[in-house]
Design a protein around this ligand. Structure first.
Ligand SMILES: Cc1ncc(C[n+]2csc(CCOP(=O)(O)OP(=O)(O)O)c2C)c(N)n1
Ligand SMILES: [Mg+2]
Length: 294
C-alpha cells in the first residue's frame, strides 16, 4: 500500500513540475481494496480495470519502473510508452479509460476461462460512476445467465468526478445485482486486514462455483479526481483522512518497522524512476505494440 501511495504522490509531483503531461487519476486513499483483493488472485487469473488503475496494476505486477516509463512516454513503459496512465496491458491485466466499455470484455474473458476449465477467474474493478453505464446491466444479465466466473468489485468512493453519489445514483448497488440474480455483498472499510479476510471467501466462492459475484467496497479517494480538480468539502476529506488505510495499518506497527518500510519503499520508487528515466523516448522502432503488429 505504501509503495502505491509513494508512487502516485511522486507522479502528482512530476505533473506539477511539468515533467509529465496528459492526464492521470491516482488512487490515494483507496489502496487497501486493491491490495486486499489482488492478493487472493493466482497466476492465470485476470484483472480488468479503468481510468483509476495504478493501484490495481502495481498490486498485480509490482512493475513500478514500467508504469513510470509508461507515464513518461518511454520505451520500456508498460505498453511501450503509448498508452499513458489509463491504457495498460500486462499479462493478466487490462485497462481502458472509457467508463464501462471493458465490462462486456471482462465477461467474454471470464467465459473463455470457464471454457478452458482450468479454474481461473477474473476481477473487474468499477467505480460508482461507471454504474451509470447501461452496458453494466446487459453484462450482469449475461454473467448470471451463463454463470461466468467474474468478481465485480465496485469501488464506491462516493463521487463520479465531481458529482456526489446522491446526485447520480438511484436505488442500491446490491439491489441492482440482485435484480439479475447475481450474488452480492457490501463492506465499508479502509482496513486492509479486514478487507483481505473479507475477500478471501468471496474469491474462493467465485473460483469454486464458477459463478459471478458483485461486492461493493465503500471507501473514499483522498486525492483529487485527476490533478487539481477537487471541489469537495474540506471537513469531509478530513473525516476520511482519519480513516486513511495507511494510518490504520501504521498504527499496528512499531516505529522501527514503519521507518524500515518507509526506507525500503523510498528506495524502490527512487530506483524505479531512475530506471524509467534512463530509457529512450517511445518511438516507432522501440514501441513494443508496433513491433508486435509488424
Ligand atoms: C464513457 C465515458 N464517459 C465519461 C468519461 C469521463 N470520466 C472519466 S472518470 C469519470 C468519473 C468516474 O467515476 P467513477 O466510476 O465513480 O470512478 P472514480 O473516478 O470515482 O474512481 C468520468 C465521468 C469517460 N472516461 N468515459
Ligand atoms: Mg467514484
Amino acid at each position: 500500500m505504501l509503495s502505491i501511495r509513494r508512487f502516485e504522490e511522486r507522479v502528482l509531483e512530476l505533473f506539477s513540475r511539468g515533467e509529465l503531461f496528459g492526464t492521470t487519476h491516482t488512487s490515494i486513499g483507496q489502496e487497501a481494496g486493491a491490495v486486499a483483493v489482488i492478493d487472493h488472485l493466482k497466476h492465470g487469473d485476470f484483472i480488468v480495470s479503468g481510468h483509476r488503475c495504478h493501484g490495481h496494476y502495481l498490486a498485480w505486477t509490482v512493475d513500478y519502473a514500467g508504469l513510470f516509463g509508461e507515464l513518461m512516454g518511454r520505451a520500456g513503459g508498460v505498453v511501450g510508452g503509448r498508452g499513458g496512465s489509463q491504457h495498460l496491458h500486462a499479462e493478466g491485466f487490462y485497462t481502458n479509460g472509457v467508463l464501462g466499455n471493458m465490462v462486456p470484455v471482462a465477461a467474454g474473458m471470464a467465459m473463455a476461462e470457464k471454457r478452458r476449465g482450468e479454474g481461473a477467474i477474473g476481477v473487474l474493478f468499477l467505480g460508482d460512476g461507471a454504474m451509470g453505464e447501461g452496458t453494466v446491466y446487459e453484462t450482469l444479465n449475461m454473467l448470471s445467465l451463463w454463470q461466468l466466473p467474474l468478481l465485480v468489485v465496485v469501488e464506491n468512493n462516493c463521487y463520479a468526478q465531481t458529482t456526489p453519489l446522491d446526485l447520480h445514483f438511484a436505488g442500491s448497488f446490491s439491489g441492482r445485482a440482485k435484480a439479475f440474480g447475481v450474488d452480492t455483498g457490501e463492506i465499508e472499510s479502509n482496513d486492509v486486514r479486514e478487507l483481505h479476510s473479507h475477500f478471501e471467501s468471496i474469491v474462493k466462492k467465485v473460483r469454486g462455483t464458477s459463478a459471478p459475484h458483485m461486492e461493493i467496497v465503500h471507501t473514499y479517494r483522498l486525492c483529487a479526481h485527476s490533478k487539481g480538480d477537487d471541489f469537495r468539502p474540506a471537513e469531509e476529506i478530513e473525516t476520511w483522512r482519519r480513516r486513511d488505510p495507511l494510518r490504520i495499518e501504521a498504527a499496528r506497527l512499531d516505529e522501527e518497522s514503519r521507518n524500515e518500510i518507509e526506507r525500503q519503499v523510498e528506495e524502490i520508487i527512487h530506483e524505479a524512476e531512475q530506471r524509467a528515466r534512463a530509457r529512450p523516448p517511445a518511438g516507432a522502432r522501440t514501441n513494443r505494440v508496433m513491433e508486435a503488429v509488424r
